[in-house]
Write a protein that binds this ligand. Structure first.
Ligand code: PLP
Length: 377
């Protein structure tokens, strides 16, 4: 098999060996259902309790504030639709993931009130415009970090503003958890969505943090799992893998952040030294490893395919159908020039990437931009 260079870590990440090892016994041997009273299952209950504690410790929460879900999308749906069922207005940003935006569309289609906060050209929400949008008791939902740009939003400040309006503050931290420090209590976060596969845990598992005292309506009805808030037999192996991966990342957070920032710098330096024309999008305060680059007069889609031929996986900021190129809602919201938006790619590096891989990616990008420039002349 051709060797792959995986530089799409904002899309998903490789399962860590520690997470895989921790999961195996729950897939193969200790497969009991946590809801049963016999000792085979009591061990599973204990395991889930420990995983809940581990996750809570990583984000400064208490275990009774952690609710396991199937993914980040479910957690986001729960936050947004829950607010709607409680009769709360919703205020969110223009650059949220579709898990939030399409949940908001659902609310909107049922006559719920949703308002959208604009962002500046780095993808930072406009703090000055929020006050006017917030109504008493609404839900303010702003992502911790954007998945296309990596831009980190001013979470403490947003939580403060929300609380001044007696609003609840939810953040989609799917791209941030495990990659930057998060302390929900210190930061004033009332609700937070997370997904294991973005921090080297398995796919199909996530969680919603809900601050103690806040009662949130269930979306999934059935058994009495998750303190009767989210029915469904627990994905024990997934939950154990998620807790192991999160703990592993937080134990080595500073080292991982420095390492990945170093890789990112190597990529940018190589492109600059080769005289490649490009814009870097997003804020300087960003998630380590998320690099959004726009190349003038080029097609991000064709760059993706050329890189794919070399075994390199990245993403674009636009998607082509057979008739036109659709620029992403994020690049539209930051008012990126259309020519640049069409030539945008996202390289997202992670802790398992090597300097050698980054050199290979840089060389490939330098070659591709030369070919494209020649073709355009
Ligand atoms: N929120 C953000 C910011 C994301 O980047 C993603 C996935 O890319 C999601 C939510 C959805 O998470 P999941 O893939 O676990 O459903």
């Amino acid at each position: 098999m051709k060797r792959i260079i995986y530089a799409d870590n904002a899309a998903t990440t490789c399962l860590s060996i520690a997470a895989r090892n921790a999961m195996m016994r729950f897939l193969c041997d200790d497969y009991g259902n946590a809801s049963q009273p016999y000792s085979f299952s009591r061990f599973i209950q204990k395991t889930l309790k420990e995983a809940r504690q581990t996750i809570a410790d990583c984000i400064g929460a208490s275990p009774d504030e952690i609710f396991f879900t199937s993914c980040g999308t479910e957690s986001d749906n729960w936050a947004i639709k829950g607010a709607y069922y409680l009769g709360r207005d919703i205020v969110t940003s223009q650059i949220e993931h579709h898990a939030i935006l399409n949940s908001c569309k659902f609310v909107d289609s049922r006559n719920g009130k949703v308002s959208y906060i604009p962002v500046d050209n780095m993808g930072m929400v406009s703090i000055t415009e929020i006050d006017a949008l917030l109504s008493d008791g609404c839900l303010l939902s702003v992502m911790t970090a954007n998945n296309e740009l990596g831009t980190i939003e001013p979470i403490d400040e947003l939580a403060d503003i929300a609380h001044r309006h007696h609003a609840i503050f939810h953040t989609d931290a799917v791209q941030a958890i495990g990659h930057i420090p998060i302390d929900v209590h210190k930061m004033g976060i009332d609700m937070l969505s997370a997904s294991a596969h973005k921090f080297n845990g398995p796919k199909g598992v996530g969680f919603l943090y809900v601050k103690s005292g806040l009662v949130w309506p269930s979306l999934i009805h059935g058994g009495s799992q998750e303190r009767k808030s989210r029915a469904g037999t627990e994905n024990v192996a997934g939950i154990v893998g998620m807790a192991t991966a999160l703990q592993e990342n937080y134990e080595k957070l500073d080292g991982n952040m420095d390492y990945v920032m170093g890789l990112e710098k190597l990529l940018i330096d190589n492109l600059n030294e080769a005289g490649v024309l490009f814009n870097r999008n997003g804020s300087n305060n960003h998630i380590p490893g998320i690099v959004s680059l726009s190349f003038p007069n080029q097609s991000g889609e064709s760059m993706l395919h050329r890189l794919d031929l070399k075994g390199i996986c990245i993403s674009t900021g636009s998607a082509c159908d057979s008739h036109n190129t659709q620029v992403s809602h994020v690049l539209k919201s930051i008012h990126l020039d259309e020519n640049l938006a069409k030539g945008t790619i996202r390289v997202s590096l992670g802790k398992y990437n090597t300097e050698e891989e980054v050199r290979t990616i840089s060389t490939a990008l330098i070659d591709i931009s030369k070919i494209c420039r020649q073709n355009n002349n």
